[in-house]
Design a protein around this ligand. Structure first.
Ligand code: URA
Length: 438
């Protein structure tokens, strides 16, 4: 193919036809297009954008660049949730077993964290023995037998995205809505889903900083997900403040288990139940969100999702006895110190970005995709906006590898919190729901 003429066409703002896009993704995946040419094409897309039809063609071509999961006929719908990522976002961990207990099959293909955004796989890798990289065949087997799996993409799934994403990362072309949409949905469509709920976050610690930008992304994702044959909905959620009271890989596993045991923070439980409720309605298992919510609440209260969690862990090689021993510990990091409130009042701010940066710099996150991380460090016992606090009371605990790092994080976290005389008006966690024609 003459790729140069396609670069020129996009550079000049012309529209490509679906067959051209299909061919270029095929050639790129086969290693026949050089990275410097593809980088030029991506930059042309960044500035010129893609039409809806071009974006759809890109998404489908990327999906078809590798294996697409295919599940045996079964009355249980195949569903998933995807989050655009944030600080303390551990929803996937309790949600997958809850969905399995509600009669779904859940092939939750997840990623690692980068920068301040935590990654589901990093959290799970803090569990002794856990295998986050099963083969395609084993993914299908676990989903069929257990109902849910949470794991990484195999090398055979969506190889086009692997190459393109790495290239976008080093050419400043990540923040392009058509490229983001094609990247996210190609991977979700390759899971063979019938329904998908998207958690599109906005705020200081989100990919999209404003609600307007998040809405624009969510609307495109919802439209194209549905066009790709997956019943897709999105919730727009607030990422000004962290989700839950813990950020850091193992600390978030602990909080997820608390959620499965009917304890833990209210906002985490709220979002888990909301995602489950939408999927129940999307798949026609219940007619209304209210009925779905009751079903999801009863299921969580029954304790079966907690057992399902153990079943999923065991199927993925975890040492359950070691995991449960670890869960019983107050902390696993060598040093834990407290951040105390300088005055009495109400917490008015708990800045998710400052918190995320502090956790990353404690070693809980990474600057490059290859970097090692420390699973034990992070922050917990966070006090959240509108909660009352007394001078000297606990605002957060810092879990660190050594005292110097703990002190540095503590100094930084002082800037994450604000205290006011009156309780602030709390922003809703779920700001909007974007449904197919909404
Ligand atoms: N997440 C993805 O998987 N792809 C993007 O392009 C951005 C976020």
């Amino acid at each position: 193919m003459n790729f140069l003429s396609l670069i020129e066409a996009k550079r000049d703002g012309q529209t490509l036809d679906p067959a051209q896009i299909k061919e270029l993704i095929g050639e790129y995946t086969a290693g026949k297009i050089l990275d410097y040419q593809m980088a030029a094409f991506l930059m042309a897309v960044y500035f010129r954008g893609l039409t809806r039809e071009e974006t759809r063609a890109l998404m489908l071509a990327m999906r078809d660049s590798g294996d697409v999961l295919s599940f045996p006929d079964d009355p249980r719908p195949v569903v998933d949730k995807h989050s655009t990522g944030g600080v303390g976002d551990k929803v996937s961990l309790p949600l997958a077993p809850l969905l399995a207990c509600l009669g779904f099959r859940v092939p939750m293909i997840s990623g690692r964290g980068l920068g301040i955004t935590g990654g589901t796989l990093d959290k799970l890798d803090s569990i002794p023995g856990f295998n986050s990289r099963p083969s395609t065949e084993r993914i299908i087997e676990i989903v069929q037998n257990v109902g849910c799996v949470i794991c990484g993409q195999t090398a055979r799934m969506v190889p086009a995205d692997k190459g393109l994403y790495a290239l976008r990362d080093v050419t400043a072309t990540v923040p392009s809505i058509p490229l983001i949409v094609a990247s996210i949905l190609s991977k979700k469509l390759a899971e063979g889903l019938s329904a998908l709920v998207l958690d599109v976050k906005f705020g200081v610690a989100a990919f999209m900083q404003t609600q307007e930008k998040a809405r624009e992304l969510a609307q495109t994702l919802v439209a194209l997900g549905n066009e790709g044959g997956v019943n897709t909905r999105a919730v727009l959620t607030n990422m000004q403040i962290p989700l839950g009271r813990a950020a850091g890989n193992w600390l978030e596993v602990k909080e997820s288990v608390q959620c499965l045991e009917g304890r833990g923070p209210a906002d985490l439980r709220e979002l888990v139940l909301a995602c489950a409720s939408h999927l129940l309605v999307q798949t026609g298992k219940t007619r209304t969100l209210e009925a779905a919510r009751r079903l999801a609440e009863d299921c969580l209260a029954s304790g079966s999702p907690r057992q399902k969690w153990d079943e999923m862990l065991a199927a993925q090689g975890a040492d359950l006895a070691a995991c449960n021993r670890k869960l019983a510990l107050d902390h696993t990091a060598p040093v834990v110190i407290e951040l105390n409130a300088p005055a009495s009042g109400f917490v008015s701010r708990c800045d998710a970005r400052v918190l995320g940066e502090a956790v990353r710099d404690l070693g809980g996150g990474r600057f490059t995709k290859e970097a090692d991380i420390n699973y034990d460090v992070g922050v917990d016992a966070l006090v959240k906006p509108a909660e009352a606090i007394k001078a000297g009371g606990l605002l957060a605990r810092i879990h660190a590898a050594d005292r110097a790092q703990a002190d540095a994080a503590c100094a930084r976290l002082k800037n994450a919190f604000g205290i006011s005389a009156h309780p602030p008006v709390a922003d809703p966690l779920i700001a909007e729901i974007i449904a197919q024609h909404g």
